[in-house]
Write a protein that binds this ligand. Structure first.
Ligand code: NAP
Length: 300
């Protein structure tokens, strides 16, 4: 029997052969990578549990067969359980979870309120853990599964003004790598997808909304101005990365049977990722300090 076929037996008509599609649950499908991924998986015949914090009718998704749009706020554990229940009831099981929902706090650490830091970690780290914890019994039932965690270039290298976002994605990277050792024993693969600098999403707009809420103290003004100029130059270097391109890499990671853990998803960040991973700590930090005009503090 073909592994992608199930047999339904009816007393009157005998066997009926049905294609058995795989099922993926994706968080944060209202926009950006989540929406692009939902469309990408559905176009390849997958059942998609397309989850959103606030479900709204999205015609592009409504038109696709095998897509269940349902509410899941990663900060609300009851909504995680009910989205999984609804998806499994509809499609019969779960094969892949894509933890995509996330946002990036932008601003100086010193002026970022503690509640905002907690929210950053609740969405980007603890929310991912809660989704995984809730999904694992479904994988056990299936005899295995795959978890794709959407990280970031900011989970590999750091930049000023996004220290809390970097902290959350570094935490996600460390958690995912350690978890991959544990879950291999359970036939569950863990994957990290690392994009950077994609502008056809709401990511930059949400970061801007967050940063507009805290003022820059005058003593930081020169630093922030210089840093913004570096960011503007970095944006010019962008190589036309798109949500659809990132969705392709998410799909590649989800369907890759190998034990590869990390997938850099956009070309623009590859040089910096390579530098961070392959250069000495000393040379890498000297490069970054020069770029961000940071002089070491005078010896006291
Ligand atoms: P986006 O367009 O802003 O999408 C983010 C998604 O996450 C939205 O659907 C948003 O829902 C959802 N979300 C936020 N908080 C949530 C919560 N509490 N519960 C459930 N969903 C929630 O941004 P994107 O660029 O596609 O980002 C997707 C992922 O890629 C994020 O993890 C981000 O850190 C990562 N990433 C993006 C870039 C980039 O260049 N764009 C680079 C590196 C990494 P609402 O619509 O309700 O807010």
């Amino acid at each position: 029997m073909h592994p992608g076929i199930i047999v339904l037996w009816h007393e009157s008509s005998g066997p009926t052969f049905w294609p058995m599609n795989k099922t993926v649950l994706i968080t944060g499908c209202s926009t950006g990578f989540g929406l692009a991924s939902a469309k990408h998986f559905a176009a390849r015949g997958w059942n998609v549990i397309a989850t959103m914090r606030t479900p709204s009718p999205i015609p592009e998704l409504a038109a696709l067969p095998g897509v269940l749009v349902t509410r899941l706020d990663v900060q609300d554990r009851a909504s995680i359980d009910s989205a999984l229940r609804a998806g499994v009831e509809r499609f019969g099981g779960l094969d892949v979870v894509v933890n995509n929902a996330g946002f990036g706090l932008h601003g100086l650490f010193e002026t970022t309120p503690r509640e905002k830091i907690l929210e950053q970690f609740e969405v980007n780290v603890f929310g991912v853990m809660d989704v995984i914890r809730a999904a694992l019994p479904c994988f056990v039932q299936r005899g295995g599964g795959t978890i794709v965690n959407v990280s970031s270039g900011a989970g590999v290298f750091t930049l000023p003004m996004i220290s809390l976002y970097c902290a959350s994605k570094f935490a996600l990277e460390g958690f995912s790598e350690a978890l991959s050792y544990e879950l291999t024993s359970q036939n569950v693969r863990v994957k990290l997808v690392e994009p950077g600098g994609v502008v056809d999403t709401r990511f930059v707009a949400r970061s801007a909304e967050e940063s507009s809420q805290s003022a820059v103290p005058p003593r930081y003004e020169a630093f922030v101005r210089a840093t913004n100029e570096v960011f503007a130059r970095m944006r010019e270097d962008r190589s036309g990365a798109t949500s659809e391109g990132v969705a392709e890499v998410i799909y590649e990671a989800a369907t890759d049977p190998s034990d590869r853990l990390r997938y850099v998803a956009t070309d623009g960040i590859k040089p910096l990722v390579k530098m961070r991973r392959e250069t000495s700590e000393e040379a890498y930090l000297a490069f970054m300090r020069e770029r961000f005009l940071v002089k070491p503090p005078p010896v006291r």
